[in-house]
Write a protein that binds this ligand. Structure first.
Ligand code: FES
Length: 321
């Protein structure tokens, strides 16, 4: 399936909506007739049609071996567009909601044996499923989980059990950036050919991206929830020239380069459309990019651009399309 295909949707019954930490609810979905659900692997997400009409993407956080339920953890986003608040406050057990079948842009490579997980806040959700899958496969992991306080930490008890606690470090910063976990010693070297999976607030992921330039780019993976973070209030329109045809396209403030190419009739492969998966990687032939992805290493940024999120810095761009 490509990003432009309509998603497969499932009418699912909510079987649980319960607070598991301050501002965080666990919601559980089952098939209304008790059928097995489509399989998923760790890192997969679904999109939920919230009662107020918004479609919201959430990572599945339960054990991927479970076929009878999907679980998501939802943080009450008071600065959002109301999707999470509506889901938490208006949905109760017994309701039916439309949920898309799972899609995975953040999967674990089957040959890797060692994993380093870094989670910030609600970004722990895909990591919880990953821990279950990694342990079931007899593989190894370390988790560094950054949170504000014990009360706001989802899954704190299960991550503190004797079985897990020697692999898990939970760091509390009390909302004070000067008390953030120092990630430099953790990321200074790539131990045991670990694959790094990071999910959390954008500043955390950008810091991890900047500290892992010396890692193989195929070993560093990010998951971003919000496309909105890649648009900025002071974005300017610009033009992009397609070197192969000579066409010059306008990219207005409310469009990405990828969208402009599609509107021009070009078929461009994409997947995450949040600048994390690498699918839309494109050669930059001229101009200076404003890079907003979490995929490219610093040395690649001069002549490569991820067209699903990045824009022009000032002038116009020429790309190899
Ligand atoms: S589509 Fe995933 S980085 Fe652009």
């Amino acid at each position: 399936m490509t990003a432009t295909d309509p998603p497969i949707t499932l009418p699912l019954r909510v079987t649980r909506n319960e607070q598991i930490a301050e501002g965080i609810h666990l919601l559980e979905f089952c098939d209304p007739r008790g059928n097995l659900l489509p399989e998923f692997s760790a890192g997969a997400h679904v999109a939920v049609r919230v009662p107020n009409g918004l479609l919201r993407k959430y990572s599945l956080c339960n054990d991927p071996a479970e076929r009878n339920r999907y679980q998501i953890a939802v943080k009450r986003e008071t600065n959002g567009r109301g999707g999470s608040i509506n889901l938490i406050d208006a949905v109760k057990a017994g309701d039916e909601l439309t949920v898309t079948a799972p899609v995975n842009d953040f999967g674990l490579p089957s040959r890797a044996q060692d994993f380093l997980f870094i989670a910030g806040g609600i970004g722990v959700t895909p990591i919880r499923a990953m821990i279950r899958q990694v342990m079931a496969e007899g593989k190894r992991f370390r988790l560094f989980y950054c949170s504000r306080s014990p009360e706001t930490t989802a899954f704190r008890d299960e991550l503190s059990t004797p079985q897990l606690k020697h692999m898990v470090t939970i760091h509390y910063d009390e909302g004070d950036t000067s008390r953030s976990l120092d990630l430099r010693p953790i990321l200074a070297e790539r131990k045991n050919r670990e694959h790094l999976y990071c999910c959390g607030p954008r500043p955390l992921m950008e810091a991890v991206r900047a500290m892992t330039d010396h890692w193989s780019s195929t070993a560093v993976h990010f998951e971003a929830f919000s496309e909105a973070e890649t648009h900025k209030a002071d974005d300017k329109p610009f033009k992009v020239k397609l070197a192969r045809s000579g066409a010059v396209l306008d990219v207005p403030t409310d469009r990405t380069i990828l969208e402009a190419l599609r509107e021009h009739g070009l078929e461009v492969p994409s997947s995450c459309e949040t600048g994390t998966c690498g699918t839309c990687r494109t050669k930059l032939l001229d101009g200076e990019a404003d890079h907003r992805d979490l995929f490219l290493a610093e040395h690649e940024r001069k002549d490569t651009i991820m067209i699903c999120v990045s824009r022009a810095r000032g002038g116009n761009l020429t790309i190899d399309r």
